[in-house]
Design a protein around this ligand. Structure first.
Ligand SMILES: Cc1cc2nc3c(=O)[nH]c(=O)nc-3n(C[C@H](O)[C@H](O)[C@H](O)COP(=O)(O)OP(=O)(O)OC[C@H]3O[C@@H](n4cnc5c(N)ncnc54)[C@H](O)[C@@H]3O)c2cc1C
Length: 80
């Protein structure tokens, strides 16, 4: 999508990169609806680029430890 021939880019936002789950939850409770979680960015980055989503804060949980797992637990699949 373009705007007069210029590709649309995200509106300004504050980038937060917590390293623990506690820190991520703190940011979420602090900024609430002004924040969006960024995981892989497959859906969110295009939405930001087209300004269909304009959060004030992006909370990148990509480096939060302890969530990167997928394992079987009996008949369940557990995804971090
Ligand atoms: C080529 C392609 C093929 C696809 N095929 C399929 C398919 O076959 N089936 C299907 O179901 N989907 C499909 N999708 C959609 C894809 O699965 C979603 O884009 C995916 O869920 C996004 O994950 P993400 O980690 O990149 O999230 P992001 O793009 O980072 O975020 C997506 C949304 O979820 C929120 N979010 C992310 N993580 C969290 C979290 N931990 N807690 C709360 N909110 C969070 C974000 O704030 C945002 O609103 C496809 C996408 C692409 C690009």
């Amino acid at each position: 999508m373009t705007n007069g021939g210029v590709p649309i880019k995200p509106a300004k936002f504050n980038y937060l990169r917590p390293s623990s789950l506690e820190e991520a939850v703190h940011y979420l409770s602090e900024y609430g609806d002004d924040a969006k979680v960024l995981s892989g960015g497959q859906s969110l980055i295009p939405l930001l680029n087209m300004r269909l989503s304009t959060p004030k804060y992006i909370i990148d949980i990509g480096r939060v430890g302890g969530l990167s797992y997928i394992h079987a637990d009996g008949e369940s699949l557990v995804i971090g």
